[in-house]
Design a protein around this ligand. Structure first.
Ligand code: PEP
Ligand code: MG
Length: 605
């Protein structure tokens, strides 16, 4: 039995076979062709060249936006290599004469060139070897049909991988997925967020476990403790089967208590907190679950506090047309009416870039969110028009991600005016007073909150990014995951500043990062005066239930006291734990693992 410890990304236990997802480089098999396969293989080769050329063209445009002519040059060089008739003709001839599959000949021919470049004395030529690898992989991807199906399961399995992109996670989630275990990632990486919204047990940050796990190895994935057992022994299996039974019994009790979600989230002393939902996957199941949770006494009262539209790209493999976006946004606005839906413009970049081939050294500090939208105004205005068209029921809000400067906001607002003008010209209806907000997720935005609150209708605090950018801790990097903590006093101060700035201008503030769904943090969040929360649909009941057990006046005193003192993170957690304990809320709202951890802090401090 092997045992690994990683970061618990989503609670729950699952026992099942592994599916080892390997994103490593493709290698083609040496395969002889039958006589009648030669012509189709030659045709497939031409098709692969055409598809690869199209992809390189698209990436070249993106790269030019990002890195100017230098960026474009990289892809132009690849384009030229792919147009090298000497290499292409050699491949065509070898397919016919050696009767070998196109994939095999492509692999062997480009590997030969690569070897030549890699062993060159000239460093510039050695660098070119990477470009040849890119071209080879691109062609192989189109030639090896199998690759298309790689993110698909044909029986229930736990996906194990060194790294999973949000796109992979979404593709896997369409079939028989039991859970995720990845070497990379932190608790607020997008793959962890997706696991939570899919309700799947998950562990990230397993650091090197994937290499030791093969497809069909039996696994126990303990998402409560972040523990993974490979080929478990009988004792461990028996222990975990018992825990599974206990968990199922506990779920029944929780379901019985779920009646709490039938009530609006109001504190004992009548402060109303709106609890909305985050939505990433726009699938039928996700919408059905969110619709169910939106009901309070039978009426749609909880809307979408954050619609992560960039995940469309994973589902559609490209940005959907303006007409498709209009249909999707309008449908959601109608379904949740009169509750609001907050549509965030594409937050591509960071760990959410899913287009082929474009890489940045430091993507979280790179081309992301509003920066891309402002560099690609056509796509941005298309999305804005689609959002505006969905706003006729006056329940749509618009949210811009990753805003760092007031100038960015003003430019985005300029494009919004442009979009409105076009719709007016065409006589198309929309909400003239569409509320506009920004995500406060970069410290610069929190520090400038007064200026943003002046220009916006609302602010939405994204604690996942606000924490990573404030603490300089990559939210997806397992090596620094232990340093990622939203309860760091610096993050809390930035949140408090943002709330103060918004309220001084009579604007509302919501909080939509993962922190909003953490019971230990909730008394503090409520006490800071946050007006709205947005959490994964399966957390709505728990969050609403806890709010109903708190007194706003007491949470305010807690915040005043704690912000005034300089407590360390463990001390602060102890204070919050004691706050919940005094009100008999620990057992119902914290997991046994959290209780154990916080008690351990208490003993050591
Ligand atoms: C955040 O940063 O907290 C947030 C909600 O946005 P995302 O997780 O999509 O980056
Ligand atoms: Mg964010």
């Amino acid at each position: 039995m092997l045992h690994y410890k990683g970061i618990a990304a989503n609670a729950g236990i699952v026992i099942g076979p592994a599916y080892h997802y390997n994103r490593s480089l493709l290698v083609a098999e040496d395969r002889m062709l039958e006589a009648d396969e030669i012509a189709p293989q030659l045709e497939q080769f031409e098709y692969a060249i055409e598809r690869s050329n199209n992809e390189l063209e698209k990436i070249g445009v993106l790269a030019e936006h990002k890195a100017g002519t230098q960026g474009l040059a990289i892809f132009e060089a690849q384009h030229m290599m792919l147009a090298d008739t000497f290499v292409l003709d050699t491949i065509r001839k070898r397919i016919s004469s050696e009767k070998k599959s196109a994939a095999y000949v492509v692999d062997s021919e480009y590997s030969h060139h690569q070897h030549f470049l890699q062993t060159s004395e000239n460093p510039l030529l050695r660098e070119r070897a990477d470009d040849v690898e890119d071209i080879k992989q691109r062609l192989l991807r189109h030639l090896l049909e199998k690759q298309k199906w790689i993110s698909k399961l044909d029986h229930p399995a736990i996906v194990v991988a060194e790294f999973l992109s949000p796109a992979d996670a979404i593709l896997f989630s369409r079939h028989e997925l039991l859970g995720f275990a990845t070497d990379g990632g932190g608790s607020t990486s997008h793959v962890a967020i997706l696991a939570r919204s899919l309700g799947l047990p998950a562990i990230v940050g397993l650091r090197g476990a994937a290499a030791h796990i093969e497809t069909d190895d039996i696994l126990i994935l303990d998402g409560d403790r972040g523990e993974l057992f490979v080929a478990p022994d009988e004792d461990t299996l028996v222990r975990y089967r018992e825990r599974l039974l206990e968990e199922q019994a506990k779920k029944k009790v929780i379901a019985a208590k779920a009646k709490e979600s039938e009530f609006p989230a109001r504190t004992i002393d009548e402060r109303k907190i709106v609890v909305n939902m985050n939505m990433e996957l726009i699938s039928d199941e996700a919408i059905a679950e969110a619709e169910l949770m939106s009901k309070v006494k039978g009426k749609a009262m909880r809307g979408l506090g954050l619609l992560r539209t960039e995940h469309f790209l994973s589902a559609y493999d490209e940005i959907p047309s303006e007409a498709d976006q209009t249909r999707i946004y309008s449908d959601l606005a109608n379904r949740f009416h009169p509750a609001p839906i907050t549509i965030r413009t594409f937050d591509i970049g960071g760990d959410k870039y899913i287009g082929g081939g474009f890489r940045e050294k430091n993507p979280f500090l790179g081309w992301r969110g509003i920066r891309i939208s402002l560099d690609q105004p056509e796509t941005h205005v298309e999305q804005l028009r689609a959002i505006l068209r969905a706003s006729t029921g006056h329940n749509v809000k618009l949210l811009f991600p990753m805003v760092t400067t007031v100038d960015e906001l003003e430019r985005a607002l300029g494009y919004l005016e442009e979009a409105k003008l076009e719709l007016r010209k065409n006589g198309e209806a929309f909400d003239e007073n569409l509320p506009v907000g920004i995500m406060v997720e970069v410290p610069a935005a929190a520090l400038q909150a007064p200026a943003f609150a002046e220009r916006c209708d609302f602010l939405s605090i994204g604690t996942n990014d606000l924490t990573q950018y404030t603490l300089a801790v990559d939210r997806g990097n397992e090596f620094v995951a232990h340093l990622f903590d939203e309860l760091h006093p610096a993050v809390l101060r930035l949140i408090a500043m943002t709330v103060r700035a918004a309220h001084a201008r009579k604007k509302t503030v919501s909080l939509c990062g993962e922190m909003a769904g953490k019971p230990i943090a909730l008394p503090f969040i409520i006490g800071m005066g946050i007006d709205e929360l947005s959490v994964a649909p399966n957390r709505v009941r728990m969050v609403s239930g806890l709010i109903r057990k708190l007194k706003y006046s007491e949470t305010r005193s807690l915040v005043k006291r704690v912000l005034g003192e300089s407590q360390s993170i463990p001390e602060l957690k102890q204070t919050l734990f004691k706050f919940l304990h005094k009100r008999n809320l620990v057992e119902d709202f914290l997991s046994p693992v959290e209780i154990e951890m916080i008690e351990r802090y208490g003993k050591s401090s």
